[in-house]
Ligand binder design. Structure first.
Ligand SMILES: [Fe+2]
Ligand SMILES: [Fe+2]
Length: 260
């Protein structure tokens, strides 16, 4: 089966890219399941009900989140009504929401897990120990397991990739909004990429108007972030997975850019 993961969808430009390109990408690449990181989809980050249902309507099956999870209060009620929106599993026990979902895809069970790094991020529970615990439960249900590791540091992402080699089907990084060109299949069959990138404005700094960020670096004065205008990009990855073994057999990085 083929599983598409879409990089952090940023604001209206990101949602427009989903509307304009997702259907074609899914059809052309014969995608069976689509996962997208939605932590920046709403204006001011986070997720709203209307955006979540629009993304589902457009063909996204699972929305993963990250450190901007709580920016919109609607997430609390969304977690109650929608299992297909998941958050990093390593928030403290008792936190609203869940860190994984198991879905039926072509008569096969597929698990999707979301986990957060800790380097230059919130000081959550240990992602290595938490995922090990989660996998003990999931391993009895399916061998097709996909992980969105929402993390900043390349070293932490690589460490998680190697740690999970042979334990999950594929692991992709999100959060940095910059796609890395290191997609590969690790020796024990786990598909890996450090970061799948961003779906949003191209002439920007991580989706935000570049002038605002440059000014902030120079002056250190706070300024409200505004989503950039102009052409947008669609970033992601497709993992082809052997349903019997649960191993990745092919990795295909995706870049669509309105500018080129
Ligand atoms: Fe993000
Ligand atoms: Fe993030």
């Amino acid at each position: 089966m083929k599983i598409l993961a879409v990089g952090d969808i940023v604001g209206k430009p990101g949602c427009t890219m989903i509307r304009n390109f997702l259907h074609k990408v899914k059809k052309d690449l014969e995608v069976d399941l689509c996962i997208a990181n939605g932590e920046n989809a709403a204006v001011g980050n986070g997720m709203t009900r209307s955006i979540a249902y629009e993304l589902f309507e457009q063909g996204i099956d699972v929305i993963t989140m990250g450190n901007h999870l709580w920016n919109k209060k609607e997430i609390f009620s969304l977690f109650k009504e929608e299992k297909a929106i998941i958050r990093p599993a390593n928030y403290p026990p008792g936190t609203p929401g869940r860190g994984s979902i198991i879905l039926d895809v072509n008569d096969k069970k597929v698990a999707v897990l979301n986990i957060s790094g800790r380097i230059f991020m919130e000081n959550l529970d240990c992602p290595f120990r938490v995922i090990e615990k989660e996998l003990k439960v999931i391993a009895g249900i399916t061998n097709v397991i996909i992980v969105d590791f929402h993390a900043e540091a390349t070293s932490e992402k690589l460490a998680m990739g190697w740690y999970l080699d042979g334990k999950v089907s594929a692991i992709f990084g999100t959060h940095t909004h910059v796609q890395t060109a290191d997609e590969r299949i690790l020796p024990k069959g786990t598909g890996y990429i450090t970061d799948i990138g961003m779906t949003g404005p191209y002439d920007s700094i991580l989706g935000v108007k570049k002038e605002i960020i440059i000014n902030r670096f120079i002056t250190h004065l706070p300024e409200k972030f505004q989503i950039a205008d102009g052409p947008s990009q669609f970033n992601g990855i497709v993992f082809e997975i052997d349903e019997l073994t649960g191993k990745t057999t092919n990795v295909n990085r995706i870049i669509i850019n309105e500018k080129f």
